[in-house]
Design a protein around this ligand. Structure first.
Ligand code: 2NE
Length: 275
């Protein structure tokens, strides 16, 4: 495998080989959780891949294993930079810019394949969800955590998930915040296939090569057609992003984040289940 680095970033690695681009989130000490800077870099790399007429497939993955031996695709938003109205960038501005990235992955007329080893959790789970295809390593672990850490993704994270796994399962995933194995994810249609972790990239390249043999215009029209069926969810995503921003401003939302950072269970008992 002969990946060529395209551009050097702080939080990601961006490489190309033939018609394939590979974008790797590179914050293993945080289980590849993203801060605003990470998302800006991902957005920049995805834009480059979209513009490059030689690129037909993008592989999105997470660097691993970490020094403790654990793998992660992405553990969602970096809770240590979560402020009152989003994830705070170097200029002190709170952001939910991962929603822009979700829209770019969804709308770009190229095939995006998530290669998931280890944790795909929270906003990291939504990132794999939004990709066109997901190849899971046998050690992959999937789940949402929002209601535990004082967050939610009421856009694609809820509605698109329900389209994929069905309403009952999607509600279970969000309401209980459990973790699911690669095999369970395969059974619920959340991933396309499961392979041994050491074969993950090889499998991704193989799938990419098969796509690259096909007609670019047929593929772009098909992607647009699959999207069109769920396009109302794009509006929901914007509305839900605003609701998340407001929720982050509340004491109840902060309690979840604070509990994660303090490595304790959240105490939501003081907040009423309003009628
Ligand atoms: C991913 C998971 C389950 C892994 O558990 P484990 O036990 O393997 O690792 P550990 O010890 O929890 O994590 C290792 C280090 O990574 C940091 C941890 O704090 C820890 O740091 P140190 O104590 O070693 O210094 N880390 C992991 N995830 C992080 C994160 N998201 N932010 C900051 N630091 C993180 C376990 O780590 C976990 O449950 N992580 C949190 C998952 C989560 O709740 N993510 C946010 C969901 S909300 C979201 O993503 C979102 C949204 O809902 C709406 C819009 C945008 C984003």
């Amino acid at each position: 495998i002969n990946w060529q680095t395209v551009k050097t970033y702080e939080d990601i690695v961006y490489e190309k080989m033939g018609g394939i681009a590979k974008i790797t989130i590179n914050r293993p000490h945080k289980r590849n959780a993203f801060r605003p800077q990470t998302v800006f870099e991902l957005y920049d790399a995805f834009c480059d891949a979209r513009e490059d007429i030689k690129i037909g497939v993008v592989l999105l993955t997470g660097y691993g294993p970490h020094t403790d031996g654990k793998y992660a695709f992405c553990a969602g938003g970096d809770q240590s930079v979560r402020g009152k109205a989003g994830y705070v960038d170097d200029n002190g501005i709170p952001r939910l810019n991962v929603l822009d990235l979700q829209r770019l992955i969804r709308s770009m007329p190229k095939v995006v394949i998530a290669l998931v080893a280890g944790y795909a959790i929270g906003g990291g789970h939504v990132l794999h969800l939004i990709c066109d295809l997901t190849i899971a390593a046998d050690n992959a672990i999937f789940g949402q955590t929002g209601p535990k850490v004082g967050s939610f993704d009421g856009g694609f994270g809820a509605s698109y998930l329900a389209r994929i796994v069905g309403q009952k399962k999607a509600r279970e995933i969000w309401f209980l915040c459990r973790q699911y194995s690669a095999q369970q994810a395969l059974e619920m249609g959340l991933v396309n296939t499961v392979v041994p972790v050491e074969q993950l990239e090889i499998e991704g390249i193989q799938w990419a090569k098969e796509v690259l043999e096909k007609s670019p215009i047929a593929i772009r029209c098909l992607k647009a057609a699959f999207n069109a069926d769920c396009d109302g969810q794009a509006g929901l995503q914007e509305l839900a992003g605003n609701a998340t921003l407001l929720y982050y401003m509340t004491e109840e939302g902060s309690e979840g984040k604070q509990a994660f950072l303090e490595k304790r269970s959240p105490n939501f008992h003081q907040y009423p289940w309003l009628p």
